[in-house]
Design a protein around this ligand. Structure first.
Ligand SMILES: *Cc1c(COP(=O)(O)O)cnc(C)c1O
Length: 376
């Protein structure tokens, strides 16, 4: 059987975890957290990277940090994971969903301005498949209307846009180290990138249960006190040890995934030339991390047929997301701006093929052979 996903394993994780156990420092902000933090800050060029229990938690921190309150509105695509919306709804915001571009499945930047009104507080671009949104346009709209930009870069670790790391372009960026993502801290994990200097001090407070414990630990205050709202948004150092082993091999993992992605594309090109499928499109400014490889079929019926054909050959393929604006909570907490031209239609045609670091090349060839067989 060829599974759809396996968490990445590079081989050094166990030694790293053993070191963490021996260090007797397993709480948050231990030596491995510090190492991951420095790695992210220096490789991606951001002033502060805070490891969190998940990307969901990082998004929730972001919503607290920008002071989302009841009555505020937040603009985002409907084609995304629930956490993108939930984090802001938890603070009382209403979500305004905008349509996606059919080529990248990312939020259509030309629709954002139509969604802005006096209640708008933030734009939340989601870099689908690790392919960067049009951040030039999004940042200029945000500057014009003085809005916050929070990048949901859950899928975009190691991706760049015009040379700049995803997650470091907006005021805040959120990464996921979940087991289904390119790098994992042992199944669950994430990070909040604080790119705006003015948010740094409060970000540390919110993450430490609303206290200035981070400053206390650095010797900057002589006792720590409750200063603000907050929660426990720290990652265990045991998990950071797992992540650190993978970040040390980040280039290796990234290159391997890009090779697998290219292998899929080359293998399936002939079907695209015959107009039978479409292969994932990469705009020239995006430098993605091969988080996923997807194709698009004629319609949902053909996708259903192909999924079961592949299953018959023990290949597991997958799709996601049920657009949020058509889900019960999405209807309660948000609304779609204008016409849904592409979100539903394109999401129904999309099919993700097995993609993970330890996927053998021969398996990619086999999956492609199965897909060619399906069409012949
Ligand atoms: C995976 C994912 C998340 C959630 O990440 P967790 O680390 O599991 O909380 C959020 N947004 C997007 C777009 C994702 O793909």
């Amino acid at each position: 059987m060829i599974p759809f996903n396996r968490p990445p394993v590079v081989g050094t994780e166990l030694a790293s975890i053993t070191d963490a156990i021996k260090s007797n420092k397993l709480c948050g902000d231990g030596p491995f957290t510090e190492s991951c933090k420095r790695w992210i800050e220096s490789n991606f060029d951001t002033p502060l990277a805070l490891l969190t229990p998940s990307c969901t938690a990082a998004l929730e921190m972001a919503a607290i940090l920008i002071d989302i309150r009841p009555g505020d509105e937040v603009i985002m695509p409907s084609y995304t994971f629930v956490s993108t919306a939930n984090a802001f709804v938890l603070r009382g915001a209403r979500v305004v969903f905008v349509d996606i571009r059919p080529d990248t499945m990312n939020m259509d930047e030309s629709l954002i301005e139509l969604a802005v009104n006096k209640n708008t507080k933030a734009i939340v671009p989601v870099h689908y498949a690790g392919v960067g949104c049009d951040m030039d346009e999004i940042m200029s709209i945000a500057a014009k209307y003085r809005l916050w930009v929070i990048e949901d870069a859950a899928q975009g670790v190691m991706s760049r846009y015009g040379g700049t790391a995803l997650g470091t372009i907006g005021h805040l960026g959120c990464y996921s180290f979940h087991g289904t993502k390119n790098y994992t801290s042992g199944g669950e994990g994430g990070a909040l990138l604080v790119n705006d200097d003015e948010l740094i001090e409060r970000a540390e407070v919110i993450r430490e249960k609303g206290t200035d414990r981070s400053r206390f630990c650095r010797g900057q205050v002589d006792k720590y006190t409750w200063r603000d709202i907050g929660s426990s948004f720290l990652m265990s150092d045991l998990q950071a040890a797992y992540l650190n082993a993978q970040l040390e091999q980040a280039e290796v993992i990234n290159n391997k995934r890009i090779d697998l992605w290219t292998r899929y594309a080359n293998n399936l090109k002939v079907l695209e030339e015959h107009g039978l499928i479409e292969i994932q499109y990469i705009p020239s400014k995006a430098q993605p991390n091969a988080h996923m490889f997807y194709i698009k079929l004629k319609d949902i019926d053909m996708r259903t047929e192909l999924i079961s054909f592949l299953k018959g050959r023990e290949v597991i393929s997958s799709f996601h997301y049920i657009p949020l604006h058509t889900s019960p909570a999405g209807m309660e907490f948000g609304s779609f701006l204008g016409e849904d031209k592409f979100t539903t239609k394109e999401s129904e045609r999309l099919l993700r093929l097995p993609m993970y670091y330890n996927l053998p090349e021969a398996d990619v060839d086999f999956v492609c052979q199965c897909i060619r067989d399906f069409f012949i």
